[in-house]
Design a protein around this ligand. Structure first.
Ligand code: NI
Length: 169
């Protein structure tokens, strides 16, 4: 499971709308395994296939429970994800992105979402997410539509060395 190179702006693949996955074959399984490895090595808490230069609708997310730091992290692999906002409430949070190195930004996101899609074998999956997990899904699905966080950010800056680290996505 090799770690793949993470592409950064201005690579045009990050601006492309990724195509739906139709074949759950060996190539897809390799892509998923490589994306998980690449996300962990970065380290990051989410990764979209566009970020490794593959314009297909695949995301991986690995994130623990915000309320319980001891709880094991949960890995999500979602193919052809569809996002539905399930809360009128929004929240402003600070995001960083592995494909936009050296910048942070404040982004307003929905507080709760539902993500529908398929697992790595093509079976339907539904995920309810709130807070940071909801933010990560919104960020990753944006990548599949050619959108990066700086497009949505109300404020973007270069972090000072002493600034607290943000989980990259
Ligand atoms: Ni990102």
């Amino acid at each position: 499971m090799p770690v793949r190179t993470i592409v950064t702006l201005p690579d045009p693949v990050l601006r492309r709308k990724a195509r739906p996955v139709t074949s759950f074959d060996g190539n897809l399984q390799t892509l998923i395994d490589d994306m998980i490895e690449t996300m962990r090595a970065a380290p990051g808490v989410g990764l979209a296939a566009s970020q490794v230069g593959v314009s297909e609708r695949v995301i991986v997310v690995e994130y623990g429970d915000e309320e319980d730091e001891e709880a094991p992290k949960k890995l999500y692999v979602v193919i052809n994800p569809e996002l539905k906002v399930t809360s009128d409430e929004t929240e402003i949070g600070v995001e960083g992105c592995l494909s936009v190195p050296g910048l942070l930004g404040e982004v307003e996101r929905a507080l709760a979402v539902k993500v529908k899609g398929q697992n790595r074998h093509g079976q339907p999956v539904k995920i309810k997410a709130q807070g940071w997990l909801a933010r990560i899904f919104q960020h990753e699905i944006d990548h599949l539509n050619g959108v990066v966080f700086t497009d949505r950010a109300t404020k973007v800056w270069k972090p000072e060395p002493e600034e607290p680290l943000v989980d990259n996505v």
